[in-house]
Design a protein around this ligand. Structure first.
Ligand SMILES: C[S@@+](CC[C@H](N)C(=O)[O-])C[C@H]1O[C@@H](n2cnc3c(N)ncnc32)[C@H](O)[C@@H]1O
Length: 344
């Protein structure tokens, strides 16, 4: 059936799809038409493009092209909401579903609906603790598991065209930060030196390397670095990433004056690493410092820490103050983008 569709080259398809999903304009009643450039594809037009059906062309970001195109109607899918009669809150990480429920009965009911629905899911996990200690890993209760060979906490997650293998019982990973990570990655210039100080399984390091950066990635959690290395191979960027296990402060001599860009994703604590960030910075470096702070002035602590560490060696300029998401009542997860320019 002919519907308004966003037309994109196949290689830009995943990025466009995620942007449209964020704007909530993908028409779920119709499928995406994937034409592969060959006359045998059966697509209405064999031009190697993707046609993503949208509900409201007016709400589509302006830089995306729209045209009417024949797309297939989808067979209706049963969602967890259809089965429960209301929309439960959950996040998808590959074929694992993450929920955050206190009551065991409610948790079991949601898990059952998720497993019975048509979304492709292998296990359902409930948050069983807050993020803990240096590694920021939390405990998970397994609510449902199809019982394959892989542990129910391990999966392969896809984000903006990259694949991340991760076991959430061993390594921190939050699918909620996908848009924020992409915002940072889009600023990367080919050839720049990027230091991902708290890399986890590599959701910043890998796309930055794919954007052409030479990346140094560090984590104190050895399991995280194992997954980072696997993910670097998986995404074909192993030759542009150097991985280190340990406290990132131990690298300040080896990478002194090296970095054009520093990613500091260790909310609550990153400001304590401002001295290391300044030691890593070259003559003009951009810092992305994440924090979780009271909404009254969530950027102050990070900015002051950078200014104190910079002393009279660097000028600190705020580039952007970004609210990533609300974390708890009156508490925000934020990112301060700042530039450090060496004072001659
Ligand atoms: C909030 S997680 C972020 C991981 C990743 N950047 C992401 O977005 O998924 C912070 C990471 O910092 C690591 N970490 C904590 N203290 C560290 C230190 N002193 N040096 C290096 N890594 C550290 C933890 O093990 C954890 O993987």
């Amino acid at each position: 059936m002919e519907r308004p569709c966003v037309v994109v080259a196949r290689e830009s398809g995943e990025t466009a799809r995620q942007r449209l999903a964020e704007a909530d304009v993908i028409d779920q009643e119709f499928g995406i038409d994937v034409s592969d450039g060959s006359a045998a594809s059966g697509a209405a037009e064999d031009d190697g493009q993707l046609y993503i059906p949208v509900t409201d062309p007016e709400a589509v970001p302006e830089d995306l092209e729209i045209e009417r195109h024949d797309v297939p109607a989808r067979t209706p899918q049963r969602t967890p909401a259809d089965l429960l009669g209301e929309e439960p809150t959950y996040e998808r990480l590959g074929d694992v579903v993450l929920v955050d429920e206190d009551g065991p009965e409610r948790a079991a009911e949601i898990a059952e609906a998720i497993m019975e629905s048509d979304i492709p899911v292998r296990s359902v996990l409930n948050r069983d603790s807050k993020v803990k200690g240096e590694t920021r890993v939390r405990d998970w209760e397994v609510l449902a598991d199809e019982g394959e060979e892989r542990p129910p906490t391990e999966t392969v997650h896809r984000e903006y065209g990259h694949e991340f293998a991760v076991d959430v019982s061993e390594v921190y990973f939050s699918p909620r930060l996908a848009t924020e990570r992409n915002r940072v990655v889009e600023q990367v210039e080919p050839g720049e030196h990027a230091l991902d100080m708290f890399t986890g399984a590599g959701p910043y390091a890998i796309p930055m390397a794919d954007a052409g950066a030479e990346v140094v990635a560090c984590d104190i959690n050895p399991e995280a670095i194992e997954y980072l290395r696997e993910n670097a191979e998986r995404n074909g960027v192993a030759d542009r990433i150097t991985a280190h296990v340990g406290d990132v402060r131990a690298l300040t001599d080896e990478y002194a004056d090296w970095a054009d860009r520093l990613v500091m994703n260790l909310p609550h604590t990153a400001a304590e690493f401002a001295d290391a960030a300044v030691a890593f910075a070259n003559d003009s470096a951009v810092v992305h410092l994440y924090d979780i702070q009271h909404e009254d002035d969530p950027f102050e602590r990070g900015r002051e820490a950078l200014e104190d560490a910079a002393g009279d060696e660097y000028e600190v300029t705020t580039l952007e103050e970004r609210v990533v998401r609300s974390y708890a009542p009156h508490e925000l997860n934020v990112c301060l983008d700042a530039r450090l320019d060496r004072i001659d």
